[in-house]
Design a protein around this ligand. Structure first.
Ligand SMILES: C[S@@+](CC[C@H](N)C(=O)[O-])C[C@H]1O[C@@H](n2cnc3c(N)ncnc32)[C@H](O)[C@@H]1O
Length: 455
């Protein structure tokens, strides 16, 4: 049988990523070798989908392997990509998925194990269409195959929604079964594109530019927040941003959280400086700067060279802001010199898993603990930079307690003279939990250094 070079390419990207390779970089390099746009799209969909659903497929592989499930990424990824084509890719008939996977197995030197790959995929196909007919297996028939996990909620949620078990266990304990299932389902859905229309840009003009050829819908999710679907291509987005300099790509939750954080800055001490301590790529810097009262200046800080370039790109396009290269652990600013500090620090990113299909498999509890320690250290430095009466805006795109509530509770416990800054509903910390949230998962809190502590 003639081998499909796109599927063969997909297999090698999958194996490289399983062994620690960078998904976006590997995929981009592989796509560059393909000339037909449809092939590039098929490759991306096969690779990203296979990675996203891998725990679901691994459960099925265990069920349909007559011997022990394979651990070798070469064979495991053949099976996973075969299953993904059979179960999730409309337009790929089962016979093509199976035959092509077996052909790739032979082409990459797995001739001896190609019979095993063929056997597992055909066993599944027989279970999906027991009469040997052509009717595709509906979701109910697939869900039945997970019934052996019914008495193990973490095992079931983890396999069915394809999430790591340790994370599911944590979410089940904190959010409960229904909310955890909703969150995991949300992480498997396509990501829409949200824009933030900053003051100086007219939402109606932007909407008209977006809807110009009638091929997409533009919804106003909140004042200044536009959601576009289907997601335009990169070229269209770039052109749009060139035409509208006060337009930025920013998730709807992040916009909501930035507005909420800014509303805690009503009563600040005299210093003009509001520091964004961990600023790149700069979306929150430019949005927060636009929300500040006259006379306040946002200073954006970033320690990483490559990310500093991204930050410079954002502020050059949207409007100038002073930038400073600096490490938040050793900030190049005098203690007590800031009216407010935004600390949107480096976190595990468990609130944005839908954006990165490989991220959920790379995360480990130890990484969450390491990030939590760093965030706690940065938060203590941030408080030292506040003038008396100054406000700390703390934010992460994590849903983990260690990186969120535990950090702010720790600050309140160990730093004397800190108080909370509540909104009109009494909330001083907030969790944006999808799918209730307008977009990604997020956490934010507002704390103030009391004025009298410097007396
Ligand atoms: C979550 S991102 C910030 C996103 C940004 N606020 C935005 O909305 O575009 C965290 C940033 O913290 C930076 N960072 C990491 N370690 C840092 C440190 N010790 N001090 C300051 N920034 C740090 C990272 O390079 C990264 O750019």
């Amino acid at each position: 049988m003639k081998i499909d070079p796109v599927r063969r390419l997909a297999w090698s990207v999958l194996v490289t990523v399983s062994e620690g390779g960078d998904l976006d970089a590997e995929l981009e390099a592989a796509q560059a070798s393909l000339v037909v746009p449809r092939d590039r799209a098929f490759l991306a969909s096969l690779v990203r989908g296979t990675i996203q659903w891998q725990a679901r497929y691994d459960h099925l592989i265990g069920l349909f392997s007559r011997r022990e499930s394979p651990h070798d990424p070469r064979v495991l990824n053949l099976l996973r990509m075969g299953l993904h084509q059979m179960l999730a890719m409309d337009g790929v008939p089962d016979f093509a998925a199976i035959d092509q996977t077996v052909a790739v197995a032979r082409a990459v030197g797995e001739t001896r194990r190609s019979g095993f790959v063929n056997g597992v995929l055909r066993n599944l196909q027989r279970r999906l269409t027991p009469q040997g007919g052509d009717a595709p297996g509906g979701p109910d028939r697939i869900e039945e195959m997970f019934s052996s996990l019914a008495s193990d909620p973490a095992g079931w949620v983890s396999a069915w929604y394809s999430h790591p078990r340790w994370l599911v266990e944590d979410w089940l304990r904190r959010f409960g079964r229904a909310a955890t299932e909703d969150l995991c389902a949300f992480n498997n859905r396509p990501v829409p594109l949200d824009f933030c229309v900053l003051p100086g840009e007219d939402p109606e003009t932007v909407t008209a530019s977006l809807a110009v050829d009638g091929s997409r819908e533009v919804e106003q999710v909140a004042a200044g927040t536009l959601r576009v679907s289907p997601r335009p291509g990169r070229g269209t987005i770039r052109q749009l941003l060139d035409e509208h300099p006060r337009l930025i790509v920013q998730d709807a939750t992040v916009q909501d959280a930035t507005r909420w954080l800014a509303s805690g800055l009503d009563d600040l001490p005299d210093s003009p400086w509001v520091l964004d301590m961990c600023a790149a790529p700069g979306g929150k810097s430019v949005h927060l700067a636009a929300l500040l009262a006259p006379g306040r200046n946002l200073l954006a800080m970033e320690p990483d060279d490559r990310r500093m370039q991204l930050l410079r790109g954002t502020v050059t396009r949207v409007g100038p802001l002073p930038l400073v290269r600096g490490d938040g652990l050793r900030p190049p600013l005098a203690p007590g010199s800031c009216a407010a500090v935004l600390l949107d620090g480096p976190c595990s990113g468990t609130g944005v898993l839908r954006r990165h299909p490989e991220a959920r498999w790379r995360l480990q509890p130890a990484l969450v603990r390491t990030k939590a320690r760093l965030l706690g250290d940065l938060a203590r430095r941030a408080v030292e930079l506040l003038a008396p009466g100054g406000v700390l805006l703390y934010a992460t795109c994590s849903l983990q307690e260690e990186e969120n509530q535990a950090v702010v509770d720790g600050l309140l416990r160990v730093v004397p003279g800190l108080e909370t800054v509540a909104d009109e509903d009494g909330a001083w910390q907030k969790v944006w939990l999808p799918p209730e949230a307008p977009g990604d998962g997020f956490f934010a809190a507002r704390l103030r250094r009391k004025r009298e502590t410097h007396a």
